[in-house]
Design a protein around this ligand. Structure first.
Ligand SMILES: Nc1ncnc2c1ncn2[C@@H]1O[C@H](COP(=O)(O)OP(=O)(O)OP(=O)(O)O)[C@@H](O)[C@H]1O
Ligand SMILES: [Mg+2]
Length: 433
């Protein structure tokens, strides 16, 4: 599919002291990330907000619409019916399926890359090709389609082995293991895989907003992927996150923009697939410098919940400018001082087989309430009107404060007020940071 020009339906905007006003925005998705996005867009004021499918928390801020969130034509139809000025795509699946292309073909502005640009997330081997071409630091790797190719790759590296399914795998595509048999079995199971060198060091997530030419960084954040305290247990979609990162090098963002984000944006533009949307770089800070672990083509969940909490300038302007190719003329994002921590409240059985339908009760806070709020992730309203769990990650509590210690105290204080049978959360998010 050819990359479509930036959308042009802009005439309905008014402007008010430099900010966009009365923008009709449709946000696609139903998780904590989308609730955080909708919350930030609502705080800009004056927007007419819609979400599909949304969740009960989002429904307090936006009109929600039942829609299959991954089917490009359905998204475009809904955006057309709503006469949306801007569509913000939360999850990766609709982007990789071509939602941005479908919207562009109808002249509707979309925050989120076209299908060919979303390949940076949709295909690990494609991402490696782009990184090689652009000189972006990343683990040495081989793309393998047969077991003899996989064996050759395994012989090249020392354990731990890192085996990645090439395509989207909903968080289940990567195995990192010292056990060659486990690595082999995963490679056989996945078909085409990227087998790469093990990287050692702390991981950080850096998001940048790009309009295809210009890229601006958001705040770096760190998430917690393993289910249990002390980074034990199975991998999850993410059990918590925090920002800022007081321990990270002061020039981390600058390094990542120079070595990773801008070279990737430039390479995609040269390829004729300009990257418009959010480019998420998963970085490992190794002894030899930073290296890319992965790219994602959308906001990360749950890092978005803390990053957007800190945003002091309008999200609407930033996302719209990226969608229409106007970032160079837009003021860079401004940030609040202090810190934010989010803790994910998960359902019994998550991540393997989350139990759904448990009632969620919120108790009054007894202590002097600190700064905190709840975002909905996997929630629904029962026929009786009760708030119930409807996914593995059910709620995100967000705590804020002057520093991480205060923000984490606020988050855990709020978490303790939520009652749900079988519900659980990690106790060590942002501890000791
Ligand atoms: N080369 C590597 N060395 C060490 N650990 C790695 C490496 N590649 C991946 N990992 C670990 O595996 C995790 C998942 O890998 P990756 O981010 O590539 O997969 P993903 O399924 O696309 O993740 P996400 O769901 O966050 O998009 C990483 O966060 C990291 O902890
Ligand atoms: Mg990924």
């Amino acid at each position: 599919m050819a990359s479509a020009p930036a959308a042009t339906r802009l005439s309905s905007y008014g402007t008010c002291s430099g900010n966009l006003a009365h923008v009709r925005i449709l946000v696609i998705g139903s998780g904590g990330r989308e609730h955080a996005i909708v919350r930030a867009l609502a705080q800009d004021g004056g927007n007419d907000l819609h979400a599909a499918p949304g969740n009960p928390g989002i429904a307090e801020l936006a009109e929600t619409h039942p829609a299959t969130s991954s089917v490009p034509e359905e998204i475009t139809d809904l955006a057309g019916q709503l006469r949306a000025d801007l569509v913000v795509i939360g999850p990766e699946a609709p982007l990789v399926a071509g939602a941005a292309d479908s919207l562009a073909a109808k002249g509707i502005a979309c925050f989120g890359p076209a299908q060919r640009a979303a390949m940076l997330e949709g295909s690990k081997s494609f991402a490696k090709q782009v990184m090689t071409e652009a000189g972006i630091p990343t683990a040495r790797s081989f793309t393998c389609t047969t077991s003899s190719e996989a064996e050759e790759a395994f012989r090249t590296f020392v354990p731990k082995y890192v085996v990645k399914a090439d395509g989207l795998a909903a968080g289940k595509g990567v195995v990192v293991t010292p056990d060659i048999d486990v690595a082999r079995a995963h490679a056989r199971h996945c078909g085409t895989v990227v087998i790469e060198e093990f990287l050692d060091g702390p991981e950080v997530s850096l998001f940048a907003v790009s309009d295809g030419t210009t890229a601006v960084p958001l705040l770096p954040a760190q998430d917690f992927k393993r289910a249990h305290d002390g980074d034990q247990g199975p991998n999850t979609g993410g059990m918590g996150a925090y920002t800022p990162l007081p321990w990270a090098p002061a020039d981390l963002t600058e390094q990542a923009m120079d070595q990773v984000i801008q070279p990737a944006v430039d390479a995609m533009r040269r390829r004729g697939s300009p990257y418009r949307g959010l480019l998420y770089a998963g970085l490992c800070l190794t002894a030899a410098g930073l290296a890319v672990i992965e790219f994602n083509a959308r906001f990360g969940d749950p890092e978005t919940q803390v990053v957007l909490d800190r945003l002091a300038s309008p999200l609407t302007d930033l996302l719209h400018a990226a969608a229409v190719g106007d970032l160079a003329a837009t003021a860079p994002p401004r940030w609040r001082d202090g810190a934010a921590v989010t803790v994910v409240l998960a359902a019994e059985g998550y991540p393997d087989a989350p139990v759904k339908g448990d009632k969620i009760l919120m108790h009054e806070r007894t202590a002097v309430p600190r700064a905190g709020y709840l975002l909905h992730a996997g929630t629904a309203l029962s026929p009786a009107g009760d708030l119930v769990s409807a996914g593995g990650r059910v709620l995100n509590v967000v705590g804020t404060g002057a520093d991480l210690a205060q923000a984490r105290a606020a988050a855990y204080e709020l978490a303790a007020t939520v009652e749900m049978r079988g519900g659980w959360y990690r106790r060590d998010i942002a501890a000791g940071r």
